[in-house]
Design a protein around this ligand. Structure first.
Ligand code: UD1
Length: 331
């Protein structure tokens, strides 16, 4: 296949390029770092003819700093995707595989013994201040159990990044319906691995801990460190993109998949694994919190396994061992 990868010089995009090339596909790339802007229609008109499939990884990521970031998120993620889809229609490129994120779900899934599946709202500053980190049942206030989240969970984007990722999914679905194209949204869980960008306000926790350890500082674990995530290795994520590209396309709509390892770990465990591999310093559990954080978010990986034949291969221990000393990327 002739494949164009957007964000091809980025953390995930560069691994995607490598895995598609290794599988024998003809790959072209587009990346702001190489001076090619997704929002520039002329660039797309030059690159898209003859392309069979676009793998769309280019995005402004992370939680950002404050509302001053909003225009940039909307421009790069929403407007950029809109320009891409319009150009794909013009050039009859009928297939899209795009990077989405588990942040579209907002909180993870929870079950109350009394009320079944419930959706707790954002945690209050007062609760977090008192060290009450786990959400409670919105009906009875009792403790809830964290459950795995499937792709059909209601969407609840709670920050600018999440909102623009969901908008990208909606735009791709619109494009697929109108053109008969096929769109696949891969909802990445917490991706980590070589070339992960260093510590910035936009970085995920794995990069923050890695950067701290490299500088000889202890990783600062927020809350009580028991918040659960699914850490999935970047080469597995690249393989998921390949699996989506090589799967039989479903025309006329968008299908979303959780892309995860299927084996959740706590943030505290992740800090401990990295620190142990580097020989310290030991992580510090600080009890600090960020109001925008969700408590637990753990994926049900079954749909990707059933429909794309994708299963993560790099386990937590192996992956973190490699990541502890792997080269980081530039943001
Ligand atoms: C992260 C990404 C999100 C991405 C998603 C899936 C960021 C900021 N968030 O969401 O964009 O879509 O993964 O790939 O990139 N924490 C600490 N110490 C720190 C920093 C964070 O303990 O120094 C804790 C946080 O309180 C939180 C957890 O680590 O509980 C995860 O934080 P983070 O990686 O920032 O955000 P996610 O919600 O997992």
């Amino acid at each position: 296949m002739k494949v164009m990868v957007t964000g091809s010089a980025g953390f995930i995009g560069s691994h995607v390029v490598e895995s598609f090339e290794a599988a024998g596909h003809e790959v072209s790339g587009l990346d702001l770092r190489d001076g090619a802007d997704l929002r520039d229609r002329d660039t797309l008109d030059r690159l898209l003819p003859e392309v069979d499939l676009v793998v769309h990884q280019a995005a402004k990521v992370g939680l950002g700093v404050n509302v001053a970031d909003l225009p940039d998120y909307a421009s790069v993620n929403v407007y950029g995707t809109a320009v891409l889809l319009a150009a794909m229609a013009t050039h009859h490129v009928g297939r899209l595989v795009m990077a989405s994120s588990m942040v579209v779900y907002g909180e993870g899934a929870y079950d109350c013994a009394e009320h079944g599946r419930v959706r707790p709202g954002p945690r209050s500053a007062a609760d977090l201040e008192r060290g009450r980190f786990d959400p409670s049942c919105p009906v009875c206030g009792e403790a809830v159990r964290s459950a795995v989240i499937g792709e059909d969970a209601p969407m609840d984007p709670r920050n600018a990044y999440a909102t623009t990722k969901l908008a990208q999914e909606h735009l791709a679905a619109n494009w697929a319906r109108e053109t008969g194209g096929s769109a696949v949204a891969l909802r990445y869980h917490n991706v980590y691995g070589p070339r992960m960008p260093r510590d910035t306000p936009y970085a995920g926790v794995a990069a923050i801990f890695r950067s701290a350890l490299e500088a000889g500082r202890a990783p600062r674990v927020f809350e009580d460190g028991c918040q659960m995530r699914d850490f999935v290795h970047v080469r597995d994520v690249a393989r998921a993109n390949l699996a989506a590209a090589e799967a039989e396309p479903v025309a006329g709509g968008l299908v979303a998949y959780n892309i995860a390892s299927g084996v959740p770990h706590s943030v505290g465990q992740m800090a401990a694994a990295l620190a142990a591999e580097r020989g310290g310093p030991e992580p510090v559990v600080t009890g600090e919190y960020r109001l925008g954080d969700v408590r637990h978010i753990v994926a049900a990986p079954g749909r990707a396994r059933a429909e794309l034949g994708f299963e993560a291969e790099i386990g937590f221990e192996t992956g973190m061992k490699e990541f502890a000393t792997a080269a980081l990327g530039t943001p």
